[in-house]
Design a protein around this ligand. Structure first.
Ligand code: PEP
Ligand code: MG
Length: 579
């Protein structure tokens, strides 16, 4: 028996025989003579068309199997295949002497590399999708197909990594679980596993060597804790069988309880919303009982491409989410890129301190059209989108606002968007405008501008980073990264008081809202809307339903005077257990 650890990617417990899916064989391209270039380009164009059509067919199959949201992954890949910028780069490489196979692999690699260089997990995962597209086109050129294992009996698939198209093609009735040596929880293999309810652990260092070296034949995995056990002994196998029973019951309970309100024992209701990064995530969030979207990160629309997305494309993406969550509200966040998250068609000066530089709404000074187009698309997606009480269901918020001058800019951009739509004869639906509170200054001077807005949302990830001067991604600074730090809590309290005085809505959409212990502190401080990753909804709902507002308020008041985040966490953790 051997125990390995990786990242939890899809909850649930599985055990069964191992099927190793070998890494795809490496495809090598070659060189051509200059006079062959024209023919090679024609061959490439035909292969692109075939690969894109095959991906669309796969999207159709996945949708027909009842997974409409996940079908979008393959539609997006078909679009990547047809991206004119990709084809242009491949053509240039062919003209430089590469054959079509080398050219398309080189072009997709170059685009994927740009995405990986950004250092964002979500974008790195899209890079893997792009590499998969390049490979599919190359296989078309070679007249070959990717081999997909048949799985003769119910099994657990072990692999270095799996392309999304291979994951979707695995026979689902015989796929008990997935263990991958590479990959991340945000990769599409993991997203698909979650959508299909297949337990998965990814990023398991040394997995393939251990399986091969020990000749392991069976495996047990826990997709919640990220544990993988090779050839479990009888006692471990029994423990896993019990865990599986418990996990299956928990997943059923999560869905069964999804309709229950997050109401404290003394009757105060908290609205639970979802954070999403793509329209495909809507289905699960709705199933787990999200009463709308508190943060729709729109960066996915702007990456992996040579030019910004068209207004039409944005309208379609926003409307898909607005429709999925009807009759609830959807909060679209304007583009949050810049020095720290560069994109190819936005050439920005390298900065010494990108987290303190030209990012998010600050970019609108030089590139207003990017934001005006997003606002126009949001207004078009909002046509007819009002809730039963007649309130706007589409909300748009600006990231990284520092003060009222940034708010003036947002209002001016929105005005330009509405004027432009009217002039072009488009209908503009009603939208509410708001800001993210993630810079301390924006909270401290909130009373000077809150009255010009409909809502604000606390981005506690960045708020903690800027309050404690701690890089949010630096693993060696864990002690400073807990948002339960009393300094952050004081800012939250300040925001609650100012929002109440101005009569605007306030929510929290940082990761803090999805941590059941921290969520209780937020409710104690007066927050009544919490937005989080869909998977966090059940635990936060339970924590709130088990607590009493009276106790939470008293503890929150006391927490403001405590010296450290650790002290606050200890008290709220004890409360979560005691209640
Ligand atoms: C935040 O900063 O808390 C937030 C929600 O935004 P992001 O994590 O996308 O920066
Ligand atoms: Mg932020």
């Amino acid at each position: 028996m051997r125990i390995l650890h990786g990242a939890p990617a899809s909850a649930g417990v599985a055990e069964g025989p191992i099927v190793v899916v070998a890494a795809p064989t490496r495809i090598e391209g070659g060189r051509i003579e200059p006079e062959q270039a024209a023919d090679e380009i024609t061959r490439l164009e035909a292969a692109v068309a075939r690969a894109a059509a095959a991906l669309e067919a796969l999207a159709g199959e996945v949708a027909a199997a009842g997974h409409g949201d996940e079908a979008a992954i393959f539609e997006a890949q078909a679009e990547m295949a047809r991206d004119p910028a990709l084809l242009d780069l491949a053509r240039t490489r062919i003209e430089g002497g590469e054959d079509a196979v080398a050219a398309i692999l080189g072009a997709t690699d170059a685009f994927a590399e740009q995405l990986r260089a950004i250092g964002d997990a979500l974008l790195a995962a899209r890079a893997a999708d792009l590499a998969d597209v390049g490979r599919r086109i190359a296989l078309e050129l070679l007249g070959r197909r990717e081999a997909v294992p048949a799985l003769e009996r119910p099994s657990i698939v072990v692999a270095e990594d799996l392309a999304p198209s291979v994951t979707a093609s695995l026979p689902r009735d015989r796929l008990l679980g997935l263990a991958l040596e590479a990959g991340s929880p945000t990769a599409h293999a993991a997203i698909l596993a979650r959508a299909y309810g297949i337990p998965a652990v990814v990023g398991v260092a040394g997995l393939l060597e251990a399986v091969g070296g020990d000749g392991a034949t069976t495996i047990a995995l826990d997709g919640e804790r990220g544990e993988v056990v090779l050839d479990p002994d009888p006692a471990t196998a029994r423990r896993y069988a019990e865990l599986r029973t418990v996990a299956e019951a928990a997943a059923r309970a999560d869905l069964a309880e999804a309709h229950l309100p997050a109401v404290t024992r003394d009757g105060v209701e908290v609205t639970l919303l979802a954070n999403i990064g793509t329209p495909e995530e809507s289905g699960r969030a709705v199933a787990l009982g999200a009463s709308g979207v508190g943060l729709f990160r729109t960066e996915f629309l702007f990456i992996e491409r040579a030019e910004p997305p068209s207004e039409e494309e944005q309208v379609a993406a926003y409307r898909a989410v607005v429709d999925a969550f009807a009759p609830h509200p959807v909060t679209i966040r304007l583009l949050d890129v810049g020095g720290d998250k560069p994109i190819p068609y936005l050439p920005l000066e390298p900065e010494a301190n990108p987290f303190l530089g030209v990012r998010a709404i600050r970019l609108a000074v030089d590139r207003p059209e990017l934001f005006v187009t997003q606002l126009r698309a949001s207004m078009r997606a909002a046509v007819g989108a009002v809730d039963p009480a007649g309130r706007a269901r589409v909300k748009v918020m600006a990231p990284m606002v520092a003060d009222g001058t940034d708010v003036d800019l947002l209002l001016e951009l929105a005005e330009r968007a509405a004027r432009g739509l009217r002039a072009a004869g488009f209908e503009a639906g009603p939208i509410d405008l708001g800001v993210m509170l993630e810079i301390p200054s924006a909270i401290l001077v909130g009373p000077t501008y809150f009255g010009r807005l409909a809502f604000a949302s606390l981005g506690t990830n960045d708020l903690t980073q800027y309050t404690l001067a701690v890089d949010r991604g630096n693993r060696s600074l864990g002690r400073y990264q807990d948002p339960l730090h009393p300094a952050v809590l004081r800012l939250v309290r300040e925001a609650v008081v100012a929002a109440e005085a101005a009569g605007i809505e306030l929510s929290v959409c940082g990761e803090m809202a999805g941590d059941p212990v921290a969520a209780l502190a937020l409710v104690g401080l007066g927050i009544r809307k919490l937005s989080m990753a869909a998977g966090s909804l059940p635990a936060v709902r339970r924590a709130i339903r088990a607590s009493s507002l009276g106790r939470l308020e008293a503890e929150a008041e006391a927490a403001l005077a405590l010296p450290t985040a650790a002290a606050v966490r200890e008290r709220f953790a004890a409360l979560a257990v005691a209640d």
